[in-house]
Ligand binder design. Structure first.
Ligand code: FES
Length: 590
């Protein structure tokens, strides 16, 4: 261990730690802004400047490593003055419409001003950049960018894409796609990870709140709302609940209190997705085992950021994708057909709103493939953050709401659907059902969990040997199914490169566009809890384990929709309403 002194306190720190890390571990907080734990690459804001005895200039604590005998002062007069000047310069061309900014009261720049005690701003020049860049999923407000480059780290360092970077020089500097183009004309996956790390209001989801209020307030329109699995374990954070608190019943009550007509659950359609995608896998595997032409590995398709990524960067692998629409699209399609018919409402008079942990779902809702009988499957997509905002706007006291149930017939779900919200969950849910179909027996694992694919590793894999299969599936006897799971687009690239090189050993791959899966999607509440991923993961597995029915094929309302309306999984009607096709985007936005 290295011995050093910070603010007259003798401390020890592991070799290779930065001053910022060493200080934090010893209860000394150094203000920071651009710093991102675990992935920090370069210090750009310099707010963490500290004085190191013997050094000619101030050092930036997030980059400077500790040295034996080092003496550091984190709060000297010189440090205080420097931080204030840096802050004032940052503020000098930052938009001042704080009261109407979406990040008002959750803005890290505001918070920092409070910590530094900056009163007046001597250098206020007004914003030099007034440009608003609105894409289907993400809105960039250049007047608020403070050049911290966290979005650059998220896009390039975490997701491995690199759409955003510094462009131009001097006063024309801007964080933008190459050649300062709008984000919609770059090969952005719209995952929204940049909106989670942006400390101010420069990057945010494209607003759908107004259009949803309009629909709710229109008596001619029947509004259907559905929340994704991961929303229920994060929404509570916006109302002061600890990270990892599940608020399913209160969330259903809040949606009803907003004035929504039907409160359905995307979980219901997650069970439906398993029936469709599981059957699709079975068909492809049977063809492959019978010597027919079949494209394997099958790759999951419920993450729209992932879909946009593969369409842009690996279009050759589009045939590997499952043709299943994502669960909320399936629910939208059935709400406007199966359900609308049953209550005698014209599909064009129905307005479907999805609550998603994801910004890419906004883009997905606008895709021309997501239309049946001339009406879009989903009309608007709100992020978890936007739903929280609407609940606040409506003056609903969320914490005092009593738990309520989802509505029938698209509201009941099994535990398998809950785990769709976390990396590995879709694959585990599929395995639970496909195993029963092939063997007639329940998965023989403790708690029905496929342990090797549970957890937050970037790439996970499992092998499942099929034995004593049912007579109809005798081609599977002794067959070892190999599956892989990844979350985040950097992991997806590794698995796709393997397929391209012909070295992929897998038969079925699950990909989620956001690291850890939807629990940490681009539309989820921002959290400072370092264990946010684990806590939300555990909450979803608890939801699963608390249910009586934990396998999608056991959901009685899914059985009913096949009996009364769809026929069979992957049948004609399913193909018409629940399946889609994809587009080669490799030549778009070069
Ligand atoms: Fe260290 Fe920004 S936090 S330079």
């Amino acid at each position: 261990m290295i011995q050093l002194t910070i603010n007259n306190k003798k401390i020890s720190a592991a070799p290779g730690s930065t001053i910022l890390e060493a200080a934090k571990q010893n209860g000394i907080i150094i203000p920071s802004l651009c710093y991102m734990e675990g992935v920090h690459k370069f210090g750009s804001c310099r707010i963490c400047s500290v004085e190191v005895e013997g050094a000619r200039t101030l050092q930036i604590a997030c980059m400077a490593e500790v040295r034996e005998g080092m003496v550091v002062h984190t709060n000297s007069k010189k440090v205080q003055k420097t931080r204030k000047v840096l802050y004032e310069l940052m503020l000098s061309d930052h938009s001042k419409n704080c009261l109407s900014c979406v990040r008002n009261q959750s803005c890290e720049l505001q918070k920092l001003g409070d910590i530094l005690g900056v009163g007046e701003n001597r250098f206020d020049t007004g914003s030099a950049r007034e440009q608003l860049d609105i894409s289907p999923s993400i809105t960039r407000d250049l007047s608020k960018c403070i050049f911290c480059r966290r979005c650059v780290t998220a896009c390039k360092g975490i997701q491995g894409i690199g759409i955003l970077d510094a462009q131009n020089r001097g006063f024309d500097s801007v964080i933008a796609p190459a050649m300062d183009r709008p984000i919609n004309s770059a090969k952005c996956a719209f995952c929204g990870q940049c909106t989670v790390v942006c400390p101010v209001g420069a990057l945010k989801e494209t607003d759908h709140i107004e259009r949803v209020w309009e629909a709710i307030n229109n008596p001619e329109i029947r509004v259907v709302m559905q929340p994704a699995p991961a929303v229920r374990v994060a929404l509570g954070e916006m109302f002061g609940y600890p990270v990892g608190t599940s608020v399913t019943g209160q969330m259903a009550a809040a949606m009803r209190a907003l004035g929504v007509d039907d409160v359905f659950d995307t979980n219901w359609a997650a069970d439906l997705t398993i029936m469709e995608e599981g059957t699709e896998f079975l068909h492809r595997a049977i063809d492959a085992l019978s010597g027919k032409k079949a494209v394997l590995p099958l790759v999951s398709s419920c993450s729209p950021g992932w879909i946009k990524y593969i369409e842009s960067y690996f279009p050759q692998l589009i045939p590997n994708l499952s043709s299943c629409k994502s669960p909320h699209m399936m629910l939208g399609a059935l709400a406007k057909s199966y359900y609308a018919e049953s209550i005698d409402v014209a599909p064009e008079k129905m307005y479907t709103v999805s609550i998603m942990p994801c910004t890419a779902k906004k883009f997905e809702a606008g895709r021309e493939e997501m239309v049946n009988n001339g009406v879009p499957n989903v009309d608007a997509v709100l992020t978890t953050r936007e739903l929280g905002q609407m609940i606040k706007q409506a003056g609903i006291d969320f914490r005092s709401l009593k738990e309520e149930q989802f509505d029938d017939p698209l509201g009941q779900s099994t535990g398998a659907a809950d785990i769709f919200g976390v990396t590995g969950g879709v694959m585990e849910a599929a395995i639970r059902t496909v195993y029963v179909i092939i063997t007639g027996r329940e998965l023989p694992f403790e708690g029905l969990h496929v342990a090797p694919i549970v957890g937050l590793d970037q790439i996970k894999e499992a092998t499942l040997k099929l034995e004593n299969v049912l007579p109809d599936y005798k081609m599977f006897e002794g067959f070892e199914v190999k599956v892989a799971v990844t979350s985040g687009l950097a992991g997806a690239k590794i698995l796709m490169d393997q397929i391209m090189a012909g070295t992929s050993p897998y038969h079925f791959i699950e990909v989620m566009g956001c690291p850890s899966g939807c629990i940490c999607g681009g539309g989820q509440p921002r959290s400072e809890d370092p264990d946010v991923r684990t806590k939300r993961l555990k909450a979803l597995y608890s939801e699963d384990e608390s249910k009586v029915l934990r396998q999608s094929h056991l959901n009685p309302s899914i059985a009913a929709v096949y009996k009364d309306f769809l026929g069979k999984p992957c049948g004609h009607k399913s193909h018409e309403l629940l399946h889609t096709h994809y587009v080669d985007r490799s030549s778009e936005n070069e």
